[in-house]
Design a protein around this ligand. Structure first.
Ligand SMILES: C[S@@+](CC[C@H](N)C(=O)[O-])C[C@H]1O[C@@H](n2cnc3c(N)ncnc32)[C@H](O)[C@@H]1O
Length: 248
């Protein structure tokens, strides 16, 4: 395992924001390499789940949008009427703003600063869907973020969350851990041109994040229902789908 020390919960948000700011220009290539280019198909599946779980023209929030990878896919969906993309890393947002320049000019997409644990700019029950890709495990207060997502969703709305999962099979887990903790940081160092603790943080942060059933239970505890998940690559990556009850 990497010997990286996780920041305390008091300093985690600053650590995460500052370091995503630093690596923003390398992030997309790091994602391609570290997921062996599979993250695109997982993100396409996320969009398909939103389309399946909603009807008509929908209002969507892509939270922890980073460089806007999922936002771009959502914006292309004919079902998406309006898109709000939020992140608290200014440099990641700059990349997202450039990628979504056309839809922003047309008023179809808004890309702005926002904190997942305090969505003060989003009204109660105003959205049909919220997505997060590889963001929730970086948030310092998981319950605060989940309760904010619940607050801004309309009754019947859907939350879809893509992140790392836990592999159950011990043989596959041994191989997956070696790849994730030893090889993935090397991809980051190569792209960065030297050692950078952010590329150690990214795998180590998965150790402090709930497993598939744990996150399902946490979503249910916060009021979500019909929570299910889809594992990718033996559970290395997982997509949770959670519905806000269809009651006022
Ligand atoms: C690993 S990147 C994921 C980016 C993108 N969603 C993707 O799937 O490629 C995680 C993002 O979460 C953002 N983030 C972490 N904590 C946040 C918070 N509390 N509020 C808003 N954004 C946050 C980081 O700034 C970073 O851009």
């Amino acid at each position: 395992m990497a010997a990286f020390q996780m920041p305390s919960s008091d300093t985690k948000a600053d650590f995460v924001r500052e370091n995503f700011n630093k690596i923003a220009s390398k992030y997309d290539r790091f994602n391609d390499w570290s997921s062996l280019f599979m993250h695109k198909s997982w993100k396409n599946r996320l969009v398909k789940e939103i389309e399946k779980e909603t009807t008509g023209q929908i209002k969507v929030l892509d939270l922890c949008c980073g460089t806007g990878d999922i936002s771009v896919l959502l914006e292309r969906s004919p079902r998406v009427g309006s898109l709000l993309s939020l992140d608290f890393s200014e440099q990641m947002l700059e990349v997202a703003k450039n990628r979504l320049e056309g839809p922003r000019a047309k008023g179809r997409a808004t890309v702005e600063w926002g904190d997942a644990t305090n969505l003060s700019q989003v009204k109660n029950q105003s959205l049909d869907a919220v997505s997060i890709g590889f963001g929730l495990r970086n948030v310092n207060h998981l319950d605060k973020a989940i309760s904010e997502i619940y607050r801004v969703l309309k009754p019947g709305g859907v939350f879809v969350n893509l992140d790392v999962g836990k592999v159950k099979n011990p043989f596959i887990k041994a191989f997956a851990d070696f790849y994730f903790f030893k090889i993935v940081p090397l991809f980051g160092y190569i792209l960065w041109g030297g050692k950078n603790e952010m590329f150690d943080y990214l795998p180590v942060s998965s150790l402090y994040y709930p497993d598939q059933e744990g996150l399902k239970a946490q979503l249910e505890k916060n009021g979500f229902e019909s929570v299910r998940y889809k594992n990718f690559v033996f559970g290395n990556s997982v997509l949770h789908i959670a519905k806000k009850p269809n009651r006022p």
